[in-house]
Design a protein around this ligand. Structure first.
Ligand code: SF4
Length: 234
C-alpha cells in the first residue's frame, strides 16, 4: 500500500531518469550463467565485491555449469569466500548447475516458473535474469536499495519485499519495471544511501515523506512496527 503522502511512482521515475542512465544490471556478466551466479553471490554482498570476484576469479575459470561441478566444494567455497555466506552460496551455485544440466539441457530457463525451481533462485534473482537476459518484465527486483527507497519515498508501507514488489508493479506500467529497479538503485547509491539521507542534495527534498529538509523522520527505520505486522504503521 502506498502512503497517502508518498510521491507518485511516475513522478519518481520522471525525475530520476533525468539524472541517471543506469545499465540493465549493475553486475558484470557475459553469459546467462554468469549473471545467474553473480546474482546468487550478490545476496547480502555489494555489487562491487561480486564484480571483483566474478571478473577476476570465476568467469575466467568457470564457463559452463559442468565447470562449477568439476572442482571440489572446498575449491569453489574458497573462490567465492569473500562474498560472504560462502557455504550456502556454493551449495546454491552447485545445486543450480546440477539442475540446469539435468532438467534444462544445460541452458538457463527463461520462465519465472522454471527459474524459481533452481536452488538459490528467488523472485529477485529470477526477475533480474528475465529482464536483463530475456527482456521479459515479469516482476520487479527488490533489493535492499529498492526496499529502502520505496519505504522512504512512501511508495510502499510494507517491509516484506514481495509486498513492496506488488505495490511497485501496480504503480508502474510493465514496460518500466526494469527501470523502477535500476533508477531506485542508482538514487539509493548516490544520494539516499543506507548510511544516511543526503536530503539537502536530493531532487525530492521538498516532497519526500522522509525528507530531513521537511523535518521528517526516516520511514525506512520504522522496522519494529513493520516486522510485527508485515507493514509500516507510521
Ligand atoms: S529527500 Fe531524503 S529521504 Fe527522501 S529520497 Fe531524498 S535523500 Fe532520500
Amino acid at each position: 500500500m502506498k502512503r497517502k503522502d508518498g510521491i507518485p511512482l511516475a513522478t519518481v521515475l520522471r525525475k530520476l531518469e533525468k539524472i541517471y542512465t543506469p545499465p540493465k544490471t549493475f553486475l558484470y556478466y557475459r553469459t546467462p550463467l554468469d549473471l545467474l551466479v553473480a546474482v546468487i553471490l550478490s545476496a547480502q554482498c555489494t555489487d562491487a565485491r561480486v564484480n571483483l570476484v566474478t571478473e577476476k576469479i570465476l568467469y575466467p575459470k568457470y564457463k559452463t555449469p559442468e565447470d562449477y561441478l568439476k572442482v571440489s566444494i572446498e575449491e569453489l567455497e574458497n573462490d567465492v569466500h569473500s562474498c560472504g555466506t560462502f557455504r550456502m552460496k556454493t551449495r546454491s551455485i552447485r545445486g543450480m548447475c546440477t539442475m540446469v544440466i539435468e532438467e534444462f539441457d544445460g541452458k538457463i530457463p527463461d520462465t519465472m516458473e522454471d527459474l524459481l525451481k533452481l536452488p538459490g533462485v528467488g523472485r529477485k534473482t529470477a526477475s533480474v535474469i528475465l529482464s536483463a537476459i530475456f527482456d521479459k518484465n515479469l516482476g520487479i527486483a527488490v533489493d535492499t536499495h529498492v526496499m529502502r527507497l520505496a519505504q522512504r519515498l512512501g511508495l510502499s508501507t510494507y517491509h516484506d519485499p514481495k509486498k513492496i514488489e506488488l505495490d511497485l508493479m501496480e504503480a508502474a506500467p510493465r514496460k518500466r519495471w526494469r527501470e523502477v529497479t535500476t533508477l531506485l538503485i542508482s538514487h539509493g547509491r548516490a544520494v539516499c544511501t543506507a548510511r544516511g539521507r543526503k536530503c539537502g542534495a536530493c531532487v525530492f527534498k521538498n516532497e519526500c515523506p522522509s525528507s530531513m529538509v521537511r523535518g521528517k523522520g526516516d520511514l525506512a527505520k520504522a522496522k519494529k512496527s513493520m516486522k510485527r505486522s508485515g507493514r509500516c504503521l507510521l
